[in-house]
Design a protein around this ligand. Structure first.
Ligand code: ARG
Length: 589
């Protein structure tokens, strides 16, 4: 549709110039005004002329009439003027032939604008905190992040996916103490990250108990000073040793990180996600001092109650903490150092950070600090936030109590699909593969159906339904295109002369034609849900066509060839679209 919109906009631009005067409207402006009418009876495209009234100094009706008379295009079958609208109907045959030709020629590049050629985008996403649970709150950063990476790659960008692991910080001091006190090599080897999380939860509880004990019977004021825990002191000491390079602690730390990674990798594998870099927070330890020094030299640091901060009053934000009172660094300090490093390493044209909206202030603050430091690439930093996820209905108990782990959510979906698949398909291997592709796909699809900023309530039954607007439904539709095509031996080229397309055919062509526009919107808004919703539109159009039109058994040979080509184009576009939102495309379900 983009191609056609451009063509029509160019024609209208010259018509405006001729009838109303030069330079009044550009084709880009006209492009932006072309709409899809809500009711297809009205036409396939429309130009509302109300806004033009002011610029062109005529009534909307007059403008529509004048432009309608001047507009001649072989891809249009009719141009109607209705109440200030210019309603355009496509010449279905010419349009269908062009769209299908374009899809066949471009193959899996159809829909790519190529805008990213020669440009690099760095994407920071997923980034769980080692030894803390990898829970459903991470679903957003993981799948939105990866989908944005795939979309940018599709548009021709060179992409670097970074998993900025939370692999440094005082939690490792606690974990070392807990491990030495209660843990064992065997238990960690057996239990993996769950065992680490259990140790972490245990020491946090123990610290809290000690602290409560230490203030028993004291007044509030006394308690504030007296509150302490030996285990907490011990943990700080172990972390200090780790920071100083103590071999024993370093070895434990490395082991904890690798045990956790093994576990994350399982989830990433289910999602088909890989990263180009795993440089986590620890990597930046020795890169922070230079940035802190620069801040100090530039006079940007202020001392506030012993801590070093950057005052952001002027920009209506609270202070950005750079160094704690004891001189230790903080989350923003590390992010600043990491951004500087990444600019040097990748020379990015854009750096995207995907995190929950709870971190929006953090990003706004340190982006501002980067700007104040004089880095001219500050405006290439983009924070992409998303809303919260809660779970309803499904009983997904976890060993860590109140949080729901991502792997448990996937396991639950996989096992439910497995039970259904097993009833219909005796082959064990097939069932397992399909259950994983459909189960995981269902969750991702359900999650990505909503605008990312919306807070969502996850209902497993809704996600897994085959009748609703779900992942299984979309995958099933894809498999349906495959099974239609599988039965076709030869694929003829088609000729539409003398054929009148039915509305199911025409609507499906239109659905295929808007794909490039949808991709462009999804990219500019950092919004994978645009693609998810597009997939549903395309599936609906295909299924209507499938139910109402004979494909392989169509008696007219040229119409049959056209319908086969239409099915093949749907398979390709649907496959590309599903891939872009991290969903597998099994050919059989
Ligand atoms: N590890 C952090 C968390 O789980 C997310 C890191 C996001 N990326 C960043 N560059 N700050 O909250």
């Amino acid at each position: 549709m983009l191609v056609l919109k451009k063509k029509i906009a160019a024609l209208l631009e010259s018509a405006v110039a001729e009838k109303f005067g030069q330079g009044l409207l550009t084709k880009e402006e006209i492009m932006g005004m072309l709409e899809y009418p809500p009711d297809k009876e009205m036409g396939d495209l429309a130009l509302p002329c109300f806004k033009l009234s002011k610029t062109l100094r005529r009534s909307p009706m007059d403008i529509a009439k004048t432009l309608g008379e001047a507009l001649v295009c072989d891809e249009l079958s009719s141009v109607d003027v209705v109440a200030g609208y210019l309603n355009l109907k496509l010449n279905a045959n010419v349009f269908a032939a062009r769209v299908l030709r374009e899809i066949a020629e471009k193959g899996n590049k159809y829909g790519s604008s190529g805008e990213g050629k020669g440009k690099t985008v760095v994407l920071d996403y997923s980034s769980p905190n080692v030894a803390k649970p990898f829970h459903i709150g991470h679903l957003g950063t993981t799948v939105i992040g990866h989908s944005l990476k795939l979309m940018h790659e599709f548009a021709g960008y060179n992409c670097v996916g970074i998993n900025y692991l939370g692999d440094w910080g005082t939690q490792f001091g606690k974990l070392i103490v807990a491990y030495k006190k209660w843990g064992s090599k065997e238990k960690v080897e057996e239990g993996g990250v769950d065992e680490l999380v259990a140790l972490y939860v245990k020491i946090n509880n123990a610290i809290k108990d000690e602290e409560d004990e230490s203030v028993k019977g004291l007044s509030e004021e006394e308690a504030a000073r007296a509150r302490h825990s030996e285990l907490a002191d011990l943990s700080r000491a172990e972390f200090a040793k780790l920071e100083q390079g103590d071999e024993e602690n370093l070895a434990l730390w490395r082991w904890f990180v690798s045990v956790s990674l093994v576990e994350y990798e399982k989830t990433y594998k289910q999602l088909g996600i890989t990263f180009d870099s795993y440089k986590g927070e620890s990597f930046y330890t020795d890169k922070m001092p230079a940035q802190v020094e620069k801040l100090r030299e530039m006079g940007l640091l202020e001392i506030d109650d012993g801590a070093s901060i950057v005052n952001l009053d002027k920009w209506g934000m609270p202070v950005c903490l750079i160094l704690k009172r004891d001189g230790s660094t903080l989350y923003p300090t590390r992010d600043i150092a990491a951004a500087v490093y990444r600019k040097g390493e990748y020379n990015f044209d854009k750096a995207i950070y995907v995190t929950s909206a709870a971190q929006s202030l953090h990003f706004a603050q340190w982006f501002k600090v980067v700007e104040l430091m004089g880095y001219d690439w500050y405006d290439k930093l983009v924070h992409v936030p998303y809303g919260t996820v809660s779970i309803n209905g499904a009983k997904l108990a976890t060993r860590t109590g109140n949080v729901i782990l991502l792997k448990d959510l996937f396991a639950e979906a996989i096992s439910r699909v497995y039970d259904i698949a097993k009833e219909k398909n005796p082959n064990e291997e097939d069932c397992r593969r399909i259950a994983e592709q459909v189960g995981v796909g269902a969750i991702v699809f359900h999650y990505l159906s909503n605008n990312r900023m919306r807070d969502i309530n996850f209902v497993m039954e809704d996600a897994l339904s085959f009748d609703g607007n779900t992942g299984p439904y979309a995958q099933y539709t894809y498999a349906r295109t495959c099974s239609v095509l599988e039965k076709i031996k030869e694929s003829d080229s088609f000729d539409l002369s003398g054929i009148e397309l039915c509305s199911e055919e025409h609507e499906l062509v239109k659905a295929l034609a808007v794909f490039p526009e949808k991709i462009a919107n999804a990219l500019s808004d950092y919004e994978p849900s645009v693609i998810t919703r597009y997939i549903l539109d395309l599936c609906a159009a295909f299924n209507r066509f499938y139910h109402d039109c004979k494909i392989a058994s169509c008696e007219e040979s040229s119409r049959r060839a056209f319908r086969v080509a239409l099915t093949a184009a749907t398979k390709d576009v649907l496959g590309t679209a599903l891939h872009l939102i991290c969903i597998a495309t099994p050919e059989k379900i």
